[in-house]
Design a protein. Sequence first.
Length: 242
Amino acid sequence: MLDRESKFTFSAQKGNFKTFPWILWNLWKSRNELEFHHSRSLAFSCVAKAVEEANIWFQVNGNSNVHLQNPAQPPASVDQWERPPPEFLKCNLGSAWDYMSGLSGAGWLVRDHRGMPRNHSRRAFSGVSSKKEADLLSLHWAVESMVNLRLQNMILEASSIEVRESLLEPLRFPELQPLLDSILLLLSRLGSWSLHHVNGSKNRVTVAIAESVTSDHLIQSYLATGGPSWLSHTILLEAQAR
């Protein structure tokens, strides 16, 4: 149901315990996703969704003074997201894939040297045949968006082994050659760029965005300024970390 490697500490701030019914509900939904669709959710994603739903409930029911913060915080020892140099922007990539339905989700988030979000996006893909294809589609969508937004000096971070081996040895995957060629062409239009393989903890936010497609079936794609509001507390914590 939840990623065993995702460990969190929970702060006992006032109001956090009010999220408990929503946490139970999202745990139940995550369990069903694993049981019936073989789709695994991160613990962080589960808690973030619970906080968002609890905030909406309190606002709708007239208690607008209650605003719950995401109590899930990675411990200091976790390999956390790092800010880019002042002259660069950093784009983190997330991907999720449901092999039963062939549905995949892509998420990306661009932040500046202060850790402040510039843009983010979510996109759903159907008829995806493998995790490798899902991860490459996520990369393609991110780079295509960077080009369309005319962003330059980009540092891209992905946690997918599949993306790494596909770009290093593209001839091994002839069925994905058109997609790989398109990615490389788009990257050449970014000017100065680099693509890094990083620990999954550095892409926690974007994986949560991508999982909202496969776990919650939020299939409406969008591109927006700033960051997603339901993950704003985590984005702020990561900006302050380093």
